[in-house]
Design a protein around this ligand. Structure first.
Ligand code: ZN
Length: 275
């Protein structure tokens, strides 16, 4: 918990579509924000946090997070016990034999290391300097602070698989984030993302784990329905979108079609920004 007050910003409209009107969804006490207040936009139905932490404040919170402060034995269990299997599962969605991975929000590099053990060449992006340094130090991984830094260092780099695991809900503009990520895909590349599912708010509460969904570093709250227009506006088409009632997670596997199909263009147009 920070000893000094964190910088907070108040939004005057939906950060996704610019619509001014929104309905309150819930409000509760929080350790970082004056209160955790969620709103549903009347324009695009996105659920967003307002007020929210500034980007610098969020980096400060992430940097002191103890969620990943476990030792090498537990890290190894994560890699061998789950993440290698996850990589194998994602390989099932690939449409080319290429093995170049970009993991955005790579944290300590565990997913990258799992991929490397399955023959992948991996790059990472991580906003927290503390976590990025751990990834470099523990596994010798190449990790950049931002997508821009990656583009500057490796301008031609394209990836067969881009992962963003529990990242989109932390962003300040999910559409711009996904569009920038998708620009790094090979023509046949696949972007896979996972977020906690707001479809399961009641179940998170019932399991006494509401903090996995509701917290000061989650700016956006995704459902199957409100994720689809975000993907469409970023130029992505889903191969699969799934809310899993066991894990309470929402996973999307997407491609970047050269020519969006007419029905997908209609969704894109319907949810275009108001301004
Ligand atoms: Zn909106």
């Amino acid at each position: 918990m920070p000893t000094t007050a964190l910088a907070v910003e108040e939004l005057t409209c939906c950060p996704l579509c610019g619509h001014a009107a929104a309905d309150p969804v819930l409000e509760e006490a929080d350790g970082y924000l004056p209160s955790l207040r969620l709103h549903r936009c009347r324009g695009c139905a996105m659920v967003y946090l307002n007020p929210r932490l500034t980007l610098d404040a969020m980096v400060a919170v992430e940097d002191e997070s103890e969620v990943y402060s476990f030792g090498p034995d537990v890290a190894e269990q994560w890699i061998t016990g789950g993440l290698i299997g996850l990589v194998a599962q994602l390989e099932g969605h690939l449409r080319t034999p290429g093995r170049r991975l970009l993991d955005i929000g790579c944290n300590r590099g565990l997913l990258m290391e799992a991929a490397r053990r399955r023959g992948w060449q991996a790059r990472g992006v991580e906003i927290s300097p503390e976590s990025a340094n751990r990834a470099r130090r523990d596994y010798g991984l190449t990790v950049y602070a931002t997508l821009d830094a990656l583009a500057e260092a490796e301008p031609g780099a394209r990836f067969d698989l881009i992962t963003a695991w529990h990242v989109l809900e932390h962003t300040f503009d999910p559409v711009s984030f996904l569009r920038a990520a998708a620009a790094r895909l090979t023509p046949q590349g696949v972007l896979a993302l996972q977020v906690p599912s707001f479809d399961f708010l009641d179940e998170f509460r019932r399991r006494n784990e509401p903090g996995s969904l509701l917290c000061a570093v989650h700016n956006f709250y995704f459902t199957e329905a409100n994720l689809q227009p975000v993907l469409a506006r970023a130029g992505l088409a889903p191969l699969q979108i799934e809310s899993d009632p066991n894990s309470l997670l929402l996973t999307a596997i997407c491609t970047r079609p050269a020519q969006p199909r007419p029905w997908w263009r209609r969704i894109q147009a319907r949810f275009a920004p108001h301004s």
